[in-house]
Design a protein around this ligand. Sequence first.
Ligand code: F6P
Length: 546
Amino acid sequence: MSALTRSPAWQALATHRAAFEHTMRDLFSVDPGRFDRYRIAFDGLMLDYAKNRVTDETLSLLVDLARQQNLEGLRDAMFRGDRINLTEDRAVLHVALRNPIDRPILVDGQDVMPGVHAVLTRLYAFCHKVRDGEWRGYDGQAITDIVNIGIGGSDLGPVMVTQALTPWHHPHLAAHFVSNVDGTHIAEVLKKVDPATTLFIIASKTFTTQETLANAHTARDWFLAHGGRAEDVAKHFVAVSTNGAEVAKFGIDTDNMFGFWDWVGGRYSLWSSIGLPIALMVGPEKFGELLAGAHAMDEHFRTAPLEQNMPVIMGLLGVWYGNFCGATAHAVLPYDQYLARLPAYLQQLDMESNGKSVDRQGNQVDYATGPIIFGEPGTNGQHAFYQLIHQGTHLIPCDFIAPIRSLNPTGRHHAMLLSNTLAQTEALMRGKNADEVRAELVKEGKSGTELDALLPHKIFTGNRPTNTILVDQLDPYRLGMLVALYEHKVFVQGIIWNINSFDQWGVELGKQLAKVILPELEGEGTKPHDASTAGLIGVVNAGTVG
Ligand code: F6P
């Protein structure tokens, strides 16, 4: 057994779980005060966690586990700039990216804050030039289209936030995102843009990522083949990276490069220069509000008692379900069309961070770590996969996220949307028991064998947990709060599980093998593979499946 599963706090939770027989229905019927107690709100964002299979005792045991795992100490170590990313020997300081300049954060004795704000100042100046039409393309026209080329953390955050903040977009700018190495992705984007008025942002922390470099080369070749000259590249290509040498090698003047630092993880980087497409589209002021919202959540996470701390509570609930109740997945369900890409963004944030099976000391773990994250905007998901959440055999805790006020008040739409949000959490909690189903069927005139046959199909066991996150209205500040909330939730869980949430070695093997297979698909001989892979290479090279 691992030290964690042997530990007193873990064992106390296991004992508590074995004796836990309450349903949420029962808990609500004896304790109408749950909503007031199990709720945390500040600055227009509220987490309601009353519809969870927990009692005060469960929560207190979970907080004991957090204390036992030194959550507070490691949280403070992160904010202090300690090198908590052990396998890469790096600090983890995305919080510095939204920290005020007059609050020093030291890495190796050096305050990083002046550097952070110097880059922001340069970035904002560039954004003003592009947005005001002062930055001109090769034939003197203003920029109308921004194409961000990046993948993973250099794509998902910017895509998600840019889409979420559509109401604040510059009226004469359009943003496009190319990530996939599938040539179709860039080909379809290039069909929509004019080389004379397009700005390409090549976004890559390492500037060595195969997909991004392939797309960047294709974009430059296209630019040069469609009227741009080599000396015009500087007006149409900028880079966002930590790797100046590779940026220069690609042919982008480092004067046109916006930097960041090795202590910014890719999936935590939207707050850095990687956020350039966001800042271009919504402007420096709104980008600043996004950072301010994230900082407010950082402060909450850093200072609120664990019992009243949103990311801590969300993280601990996930541990309760994943480690003590058998859940393997977690659904994120935004009831806001602007947040359509939030689940995809959170998949990388959570699954790349906590998809680990060795602990920080390198031991194999004997407990579940990060869950499978999935989701779709409501109400679409309701007509797709909610059936399984309601009546399937898996326990899938869900986060429902919704704004109280719509940015597009349209007839009864928003009331209908919210009625669905609230109804889903109620239905998942309450379910519908056999007596209730029977009464309904009798009312519909059913009886005898017909009623008996239908009855089991119409029962909802209920007792399915949900969090509800409400914001007054979606805006840059609230979005910053929301994203930082999830970042810290992932942190909390990584600490409980004693894993390193900040590396991602698991993506390497596939990359290495793709480099071996690529020449085989380009006619440069064959290498030894298993029979299936060798067979598939043969079929692809034959050009037909037969
Ligand atoms: O998928 C692996 C990964 O390293 C991610 O962590 C990262 O966000 C992505 O690739 C892109 O990396 P880069 O920004 O260096 O191109």
